[in-house]
Design a protein around this ligand. Structure first.
Ligand code: IMP
Ligand code: MG
Length: 180
C-alpha cells in the first residue's frame, strides 16, 4: 500500500468536548430504551470502536457486560471491500439477551448490516445499534443505526479510535485527513 506513505495533515472536525457532550445525550436515550433490562450486552466492533465504547459504557447507568467482535471490511488503506468476514466472534451467547452493537463509522453500511444479520440469527431479545459517525452519502446497502453521534460528509476521518492504516487512533478528537 503506497497510499499510507503520502504525507497528510489532520484538520479537527469534532472536538473531544463535543463528543463527550453527545455521548451524554445518547446514553440517556439508551438508558431509557433498555430501562427494563437485567443486563445489557454491549458489543464493540474492533478495533475502531474501542475508545467510543469505553466512554459510552461509563455514561450508562445500567447493568452491562462488554463483549467484542471483529469484522474485516477495510484493508490497510481507504478502500472498503464489500465482503465482510468475522475475524473474531463474541465470547458469550446472546440468545434471549439485550444487545447493543457499538460501531465507529457507518460508511457503505456493509459491515454493520452483515454483523446485525449475523447477531439477529442468534435470536437476541432486543438488538440495537449505535455508531459514533455516519456518512449517509456513501451508503451502498439500506442500513440505519438506531443511534448516531454525528452525521458527517464524505471525508476520510481519523482519531478517537479510528485509524488510517493503523495510525492516529490515539487522537482525542475526530479529524479529517488532508493530503499535502
Ligand atoms: P462500511 O462497511 O463501509 O460501512 O465500513 C465501515 C468501516 O469502515 C468502519 O468500521 C471503519 O472501520 C471503516 N471506515 C469507514 N470510513 C472510515 C474513515 O473515514 N476513516 C477510517 N475508517 C473508516
Ligand atoms: Mg471498523
Amino acid at each position: 500500500m503506497g497510499a499510507e506513505q503520502k504525507p497528510y495533515v489532520i484538520d479537527q472536525m469534532i472536538s473531544a468536548k463535543a463528543i463527550a457532550a453527545r455521548i451524554e445525550e445518547l446514553s440517556a436515550e439508551i438508558e431509557e430504551e433498555y430501562a427494563d433490562t437485567n443486563k445489557l450486552v454491549v458489543v464493540g466492533l474492533l478495533r475502531g470502536s474501542f475508545i467510543f465504547i469505553a466512554d459510552l459504557v461509563r455514561e450508562l447507568d445500567l447493568a452491562i457486560e462488554v463483549d467484542f467482535l471483529e469484522a474485516s471490511s477495510y484493508g490497510s488503506g481507504m478502500e472498503s471491500s464489500r465482503e465482510v468476514k468475522i475475524l473474531k466472534d463474541l465470547r458469550g451467547a446472546i440468545e434471549g439477551r439485550d444487545v447493543l452493537v457499538v460501531e465507529d463509522i457507518v460508511d457503505t453500511g456493509h459491515t454493520l448490516n452483515h454483523v446485525v444479520n449475523l447477531l439477529r440469527s442468534r435470536q437476541p431479545r432486543k438488538l440495537k445499534t449505535i455508531a459514533l459517525l455516519d456518512k449517509p452519502s456513501r451508503r451502498e446497502v439500506d442500513f440505519r443505526a438506531d443511534w448516531i453521534g454525528f452525521e458527517i460528509p464524505d471525508e476520510f476521518v481519523v482519531g478517537y479510535g479510528i485509524d488510517y492504516a493503523q495510525r492516529n487512533r490515539n487522537l482525542p478528537f475526530i479529524g479529517k485527513v488532508r493530503f499535502t
